[in-house]
Design a protein around this ligand. Structure first.
Ligand SMILES: [Fe+2]
Ligand SMILES: [Fe+2]
Length: 319
C-alpha cells in the first residue's frame, strides 16, 4: 500500500524522529499513476517549518520576496485575488458539480491527496494527507465521543483533489471570501492584490452588500471558488452520506477566515450562520494548530478511519 511505502521510506533513510520532523517530506507524482512510488527528500526551506511555533506565530502573512515560502504564498493570493470573480466562481461550480470526473472511495481520495503541498499555506510544507490525519487525531483527542467530528477532520481538505486534477492552486486552496460584494479589510493581502480584479470596479459588486440582502445567510453567498465549496458539494451529492449538518457546515466554510476569525461579513449572516460559528471555531483550533511536524503513523490509523468512512460516507463517491 502506498502509505506503507511512505512509512518504510522514512525508515529507510534512517532519519531520527527529530530529523524526520525537519525533513520536508514531499511526494512526487509519477506520470502514469497518482498512487505510485513515494519519493522523499530534504528541502532547504526546512527552517521555515513550524517546528518551534507558538499559536500566535501561525498564519503570519508578511511579504518578503526573498523568502521562498512567503513568496509562494503571496503569489498564490495575488493570482487568486486577480482572477476570482463572481462569474469565474459560478463557472467553476457548474464545471465541478457535474461529478463526471471519476468515482473513488474517500480513502483512495486521501491517498491521492498525498501528492499535494498547499501553496497558500505559510505554516506547513507537508503533503496534505499528513495534515488530514493530524487534524483528525487532534479532534479525536479533544472530542473522543464525536466520531463524525474525527471524520470531518480527516476529510475537510479533500476538495483539494481539484488541484491534482488540473485546477490551479489559486482556485483550490487558501482563504475564501464572498464575491459580488466589497472585499473586507481582513482578507489576506486585501490592499496589495485586488487591483486587477474587474469585480472591484463593477458598481453592482463593489458596495458593502453588493448583490446580497442584509442577513441573507451564507448559503445565498457565492464564495470564491475553492476546496471548501467543492467538498461540500461532493458530500451533498453522495446519496449515502449521513454526516450531521455541523460537518457539512465546517467543510463548507472552514477557510472563510475573514468571517470566522477576521470578524467581517456579519451583515450577510443569518441566525443559523451565527449558531454554527462556534463549530467552525472549534474545528479551526485543530486545523491550524495541528500543523506540527510529527508525522502520524498513518497505516496504524487507517482501520479506525475506514470504519468511520463505512459508517458515514460508504462506497464510491463521485468527483
Ligand atoms: Fe482547508
Ligand atoms: Fe486544513
Amino acid at each position: 500500500m502506498d502509505l506503507a511505502i511512505a512509512k518504510e521510506s522514512q525508515q529507510e533513510h534512517l532519519l531520527s524522529p527529530e530529523a524526520i520532523t525537519t525533513a520536508n517530506v514531499l511526494r512526487k507524482k509519477s506520470n502514469d499513476s497518482l498512487a505510485s512510488e513515494s519519493i522523499y527528500y530534504l528541502d532547504p526551506s526546512e527552517h521555515f517549518r513550524p517546528e518551534h511555533k507558538s499559536p500566535e506565530e501561525y498564519r503570519i502573512y508578511t511579504i518578503n520576496q526573498d523568502d521562498y515560502i512567503q513568496k509562494r504564498v503571496f503569489d498564490t493570493y495575488r493570482l487568486m485575488h486577480t482572477n476570482q470573480t463572481l462569474e469565474f466562481a459560478r463557472n467553476r461550480l457548474h464545471h465541478w458539480t457535474r461529478f463526471d470526473k471519476l468515482k473513488m472511495t474517500i480513502m483512495d481520495a486521501l491517498e491521492n491527496l498525498n501528492c499535494l503541498v498547499d501553496e497558500s499555506d505559510p505554516d506547513v510544507d507537508l503533503p496534505n494527507i499528513i495534515h488530514a490525519f493530524q487534524t483528525a487525531e487532534r479532534i479525536r483527542e479533544a472530542h473522543p465521543d464525536l466520531d463524525w467530528f474525527h471524520l470531518t477532520g480527516l476529510i475537510h481538505d479533500l476538495g483539494k483533489l481539484m488541484a491534482v486534477y488540473g485546477e490551479p492552486q489559486w482556485a483550490v486552496v487558501g482563504d475564501t471570501f464572498p464575491l459580488g460584494c466589497q472585499v473586507a479589510k481582513s482578507v489576506v493581502y486585501a490592499e496589495q492584490t485586488f487591483m486587477d480584479n474587474p469585480d472591484t470596479t463593477n458598481s453592482d459588486y463593489n458596495t458593502e452588500y453588493g448583490i446580497y440582502q442584509p442577513n441573507c445567510g451564507l448559503k445565498q453567498v457565492v464564495m470564491s471558488w475553492g476546496h471548501d465549496e467543492y467538498m461540500y458539494q461532493v458530500l451533498k451529492n453522495h446519496p449515502d452520506c449521513s454526516l450531521p449538518e455541523q460537518a457539512f457546515y465546517i467543510i463548507r466554510f472552514h477557510s472563510f477566515y475573514p468571517w470566522h476569525t477576521g470578524g467581517d461579513y456579519y451583515h450577510l449572516c443569518s441566525k443559523h450562520d451565527l449558531h454554527m460559528l462556534p463549530w467552525i471555531r472549534e474545528f479551526n483550533k485543530f486545523d491550524l494548530y495541528s500543523k506540527t511536524p510529527e508525522i502520524p503513523d498513518i497505516p496504524k490509523l487507517v482501520p479506525y478511519y475506514q470504519s468511520l468512512i463505512d459508517k458515514y460516507i460508504p462506497g464510491l463517491v463521485s468527483w
